[in-house]
Design a protein around this ligand. Structure first.
Ligand SMILES: CC(=O)N[C@H]1[C@@H](OP(=O)(O)OP(=O)(O)OC[C@H]2O[C@@H](n3ccc(=O)[nH]c3=O)[C@H](O)[C@@H]2O)O[C@H](CO)[C@@H](O)[C@@H]1O
Ligand SMILES: C=C(OP(=O)(O)O)C(=O)O
Length: 416
């Protein structure tokens, strides 16, 4: 199993190019199931999760052509099975995103229930409830969601803001008979990117980016071309790296307008940030100041940046309080950071973090995607050597993270 070996304490400076967003690429790849036409995608990140989605679609008979870098051509004109099997779904929860489009186009779908994961139980009851409101017959049998029926428009009020839930219902509604209104919808930029792609495919959608999305179903969708939105979480992760290493980075091919809450917190921590249309620059001249963080749905502070900000507080001046309101078990990085010398007290969904002058290198275990990222950056600023184990989590969501960070001064190598 691969590990990362990091030697801490090297200065960080230079430029990094940001990849397309995992959380936009995955639903958009699944949206290919909505049409027999060809979907041409650019800026697709090279990630394990993208490969898993490719396998899942190919297993259903979808033709996926790729230059194996960032461009994909996907045609679902000869779908051979409407089943998404457990073997693939268990490795990636986002596989549930084939449910809405498959059911909407073919009137039938069987998708393995994704089950819980390290950060929380993550049920999919809202996806199911919404599809039922649209007329689907749904049973759960042998661990599979089995859905049938011709979908019709409905008014759906989500019990909580759910990103993939909104995406599944949005995709399903594009081919439903009549008008669907999704209330308490997720407003994340990745939902907006999916909606923009669906509109290019001929869908009639309005209100995306607000908490009420209206979709007028059409008889069929067609092929389209779309560039995946930049990854705001990858961007934020590298900004944190610069902030804690007191470095200077320019991030290219990204967008500041979709990550204001994160940039605001970095400024509060003492970072000097400038941004243009497709770049963000950070210059951190001193030790960061601790910040308080409360994770909430977009446009508030994202849970996917919580672990990285916990690390920032670990080496900041003062004490910061972190409250995680989205996932019930998303502090697993805390005990690993404590092994590196951090001072963190967790109680329920709150972590009180008091900064120390320096972390110490150690062997640590990555437990989930963003926890892994926080440990890698911790290793970059710690004294001595850090080994981060179980980095397959990292490969799910960061494209060549060790190459990108090495290019700006970090000493990181992948070892087996
Ligand atoms: C592939 C993808 O886009 N993943 C993102 C997506 O995950 P994902 O879409 O799975 O997360 P949700 O927005 O659905 O989850 C938000 C909360 O709602 C709960 N919930 C959700 C659906 C449901 O049917 N029932 C229910 O109870 C979840 O357990 C969680 O507590 O949004 C999360 C929150 O921004 C991010 O951390 C993930 O990176
Ligand atoms: C939790 C995450 O992803 P997923 O929903 O794919 O598990 C994440 O990207 O941090």
């Amino acid at each position: 199993m691969d590990k990362l070996k990091i030697t801490g304490g090297t200065p960080l400076a230079g430029e990094i190019s940001i990849s397309g967003a995992k959380n936009a690429a995955l639903p958009i790849l699944c949206a290919s199931l909505l049409t027999a036409g060809t979907l041409r995608l650019t800026n697709v990140p090279q990630l394990a999760d993208v490969k898993t989605t490719q396998k899942l679609l190919q297993g259903m008979g979808v033709r996926v052509m790729t230059d194996n870098v960032h461009e994909y051509e996907i045609t679902a004109n000869e779908v051979t099975t409407l089943i998404a099997p457990y073997e693939l779904v268990k490795t990636m929860r986002a596989s549930i995103l084939v449910l809405g489009p498959t059911l909407a186009r073919f009137g039938e779908a069987q998708v393995s229930l994704p089950g819980g994961c390290a950060i929380g139980a993550r049920p999919v009851d809202q996806h199911i409830k919404g599809l039922q409101a649209m007329g689907a017959e749904i049973v759960i049998e042998h661990g599979y969601v089995k859905a049938t029926g011709k979908l019709k428009g409905a008014r759906i009020v989500c019990d909580m803001v759910t990103v993939t839930g909104t995406e599944n219902l949005l995709m399903a509604a594009t081919l439903a008979d009549g008008i669907t209104i999704i209330e308490n919808a997720a407003r994340e930029p990745e939902v907006v990117d999916l909606a923009d792609c669906l509109i290019k495919m001929g869908a009639k959608i309005s209100g995306h980016g607000t908490d009420t999305i209206t979709i007028e179903g059409v008889a069929e969708l067609h092929g389209a071309e779309h560039a995946i939105v930049p990854d705001r979480i990858e961007t934020g992760t590298f900004l944190i790296a610069a902030a804690v290493a007191q470095g200077k980075l320019v991030l290219r091919n990204t967008r500041a307008d979709i990550m204001e809450a994160v940039l605001e917190k970095l400024r509060e921590a003492g970072a000097y940030i400038e941004a243009g249309d497709d770049w963000i620059a950070i210059d951190m001249k001193q030790r960061p100041k601790a910040v308080n963080i409360r994770t909430m749905p977009y446009p508030a502070f994202p849970t996917d940046m919580q672990a990285q900000f916990m690390l920032l507080n670990c080496v900041a001046e003062g004490t910061g309080v972190i409250t995680e309101t989205i996932f019930e078990n998303r502090f697993m990085h805390a005990p690993e950071l404590i092994r590196m010398g951090a001072k963190i007290n967790t109680e329920g969904n709150t972590a009180i973090v008091t900064g120390v002058e320096k972390l110490e290198g150690a062997t640590v275990m990555a437990t989930d995607l963003r926890a892994s990222a926080s440990l890698v950056i911790a290793g970059m600023i710690a004294s001595g050597e850090t080994i981060v184990d179980r980095i397959y989590h990292l490969d799910r969501g960061y494209e060549h993270i060790e190459r990108k960070l090495s290019a700006v001064g970090a000493q990181i190598e992948r070892i087996s």
